[in-house]
Design a protein around this ligand. Sequence first.
Ligand SMILES: Cc1ncc(COP(=O)(O)O)c(C=O)c1O
Length: 361
Amino acid sequence: MASVSRRSLLALAAALPVLGRLDWAFASPPPTQPDKVLLNYNESPYGPSDAARAAMQRGIATCGRYPYPDMYALAALFAQQQGINEENVAVFAGSMAALRYAVLAFTSPTRSLVMAAPSYEVPRQAAESHKAPVHEVSLDAQHAHDVTAMLAADPQAGMLYLCNPNNPTGTLTPTQAIGHALSSKPKGSVLVVDEAYIDFCDAPNCVGWVKDHDDLLVLRTFSKIYGMAGARLGLAIGHPALLERLAVFGGDNVPAGSSLLGARASLEEATLLAQRKALNARVRDETVAWLNARGFTCTASQSNCFMIDVQQPAEPVVARLAAQNVLVGRVWKNWPQWVRVTVGSQQEMQRFREVFAAQVA
Ligand SMILES: Cc1ncc(COP(=O)(O)O)c(C=O)c1O
């Protein structure tokens, strides 16, 4: 198995001169469930980069102390790279925590949450947990956020959530539409733009906008392209007063020192993002082309996941693939014939194709 995977990666390397050396791809972590192909949580098949792993090892020795200096150093590095101020960046143990706190801070029983469907469910769950109304607005025909309908959903909205690229579809919402949401949203509301997957695509990001807008929060994570989901590290970017409103719910929920050092090492790697982005796009587009050739429609993903219209109830399809140790999903309530698939490594997607062909196609 190891030699097969090494051979297929070598073939890929030969075909992909733009990617340069692929040593980091060979160094994939030992799988936690070796007999399973895990395409169900939008994790990275490659794990932390070599430099991040070395930094995380060094970080173990720092764990006798509280991690605040390393936390501020990470925020400062990110701020410097993005051309914003350090005080605009707050670090959390995963962006999911920051997102939950944002919902708790900006919505209430009288100030609703407006979001897309299908989209990432955490904000809806957080709003429901404290009895804030939720307005879910279907994606438009291009599977972008329907910003016009979102703006019309509730003049009393407290928070608009926009995931770009969207999870689960992987599709983009035009930057101009996001700008329109920011300038036209209900008075007193906050726009939260979740950029968990932004580094997989070429679209402009919204981080720089926080310099001029105190009602915009942008979220980033090290769980996706940086392959550090288990290290729990996310960033909230916004006006310091907005970040204060999150901190009251869990400003002390910070990652371990080794995670912080790993994240810093990841940001300092000049070629990592371009390599991983190119490899993900290639494997994703090959898989989608294979599915299209068999008559299956997929979303026009720019991310590390996409959805397939399986032309039948999707839940039983998920179960059939799982029985063959290929885990995909989830299925969203308003798209019952579509299933989300994470883009894994070349060999994982080869196995996905074999099982999909036998069970579905
Ligand atoms: C859109 C989106 N935001 C946030 C998260 C949470 O990321 P983290 O691992 O940083 O908590 C995820 C995880 O899948 C996600 O898909």
